[in-house]
Design a protein around this ligand. Structure first.
Ligand SMILES: Cc1cc2nc3c(=O)[nH]c(=O)nc-3n(C[C@H](O)[C@H](O)[C@H](O)COP(=O)(O)OP(=O)(O)OC[C@H]3O[C@@H](n4cnc5c(N)ncnc54)[C@H](O)[C@@H]3O)c2cc1C
Length: 314
């Protein structure tokens, strides 16, 4: 269940506790801003643009893959947008908006692919799932979720739960498409059951890339429960401190590096990004601070010696 610390901001959006299942929920009404809807197909956070739902396919018990297409997108808008970004989609029945992450950005035909979960009493997710191909849907954006910087980190480790994988998928898709990043990526992703894992349209390319480029990308999948059978490359159990250590080959205590002889290679610059339900974020990186701040790094990563310099809770 998504927690509703909706945290909308002018310069970006917070994903605080919004992804995945099992988060405590405090309802905050989230009225759409009075941004106008424009007739031309240009993109901006300050106005709504019309798109057409051009595909809607079930992808698991409560999820769908949806494609929104902006017809007649201008050439200027077709320049690739830097990851990680999202758009606000407006449920115009009740004038409420929620942020969603285009998995592959926006292509030259104005298409955006989304993986969207619906919650039993969730407003916009249910509304989106009810829409039919050909329907018009309004959105505004792009809005920055987290700014990727090329060559800033030796290693980026992404830890996600449920639909919290969507910002990481966008980052990986962009990086894989460019193919020249010096950063090594590792993704640890968990879903409650095998049928709730991201669909083959998402996991297929990630599995292929990980198999062909093990030195560039490591993929580690987890499920809480084995219902329906666990695929060979998926582990049963939660993402925990020992699992993080195992996946990253971190068998040396962090403090030992402080006493490493100077002849040893310098420590690698690593960044952990976490996105998922609030209990998962708490267990892996400690709770958020007040007023949507990051808070101290706690949980498994805190125990491993990582600090706020190394960890970002999306
Ligand atoms: C930057 C960003 C990107 C995102 N990208 C994606 C994405 O790509 N895909 C995706 O699926 N999600 C994404 N999300 C989450 C998404 O924005 C929504 O939060 C999510 O879809 C839930 O919205 P909703 O309107 O369907 O549910 P809401 O109406 O917000 O309800 C959420 C939960 O609260 C419960 N609830 C509703 N009303 C009440 C009430 N009165 N009392 C108690 N509980 C209640 C619902 O049952 C549900 O479990 C993203 C979030 C952010 C911040």
């Amino acid at each position: 269940m998504f927690s509703a610390r909706l945290g909308r901001r002018a310069a970006g959006v917070s994903l605080v506790g919004l992804f995945g299942a099992g988060a405590a929920y405090i309802f905050i009404p989230d009225k759409s801003r009075s941004a106008p809807t424009v007739d031309n197909p240009s993109l901006s956070p300050s106005h709504f643009t019309r798109a057409t739902l051009t595909s809607s396919e079930p992808s698991g018990p409560n999820t769908k893959l949806l494609v929104l297409t902006v017809h007649g997108l201008s050439a200027q808008t077709k320049a690739p947008l830097a990851p990680i970004w999202s758009v606000f989609i407006k449920d115009d029945d009740i004038q409420v908006e929620r942020p969603y992450t285009p998995l592959e950005g926006i292509d030259e035909h104005g298409r955006m692919l989304f993986w969207i979960k619906k919650y039993p009493k969730g407003e916009v997710g249910r509304w989106l799932h009810s829409k039919k191909v050909g329907d018009t849907i309004e959105f505004r954006g792009p809005l920055s979720t987290w700014a990727w910087k090329e060559d800033e980190w030796d290693e980026v480790v992404m830890i996600s739960g449920g639909t919290g994988i969507t910002p990481f998928y966008q980052l990986l898709h962009s990086s894989i498409a460019k193919g020249q990043s010096k950063t090594r990526f590792t993704l640890l992703h968990s879903s409650p059951t095998p049928s709730e894992l991201p669909p083959p349209e998402m996991l297929g390319p990630l599995r292929e890339y990980a198999a062909a480029n093990p030195q560039k990308f490591g993929l580690h999948l987890f499920v809480d429960r084995p219902e329906g059978g666990v695929p060979a490359d998926v582990r049963l159990g939660r993402i925990s401190k020992p699992e993080i250590q195992r996946c990253l080959g971190l068998n040396t205590p962090w403090w030992r590096s402080m006493f490493a002889p100077s002849s040893e290679p310098p420590a690698r610059k690593i960044m952990f990004l976490i996105c998922g339900p609030e209990p998962m974020i708490n267990a892996i990186a400690g709770p958020y601070g007040r007023n949507f701040s990051q808070g101290e790094v706690g949980g498994a990563l805190g125990e491993l010696g990582y600090t706020s310099r190394d960890v970002r809770k999306l």
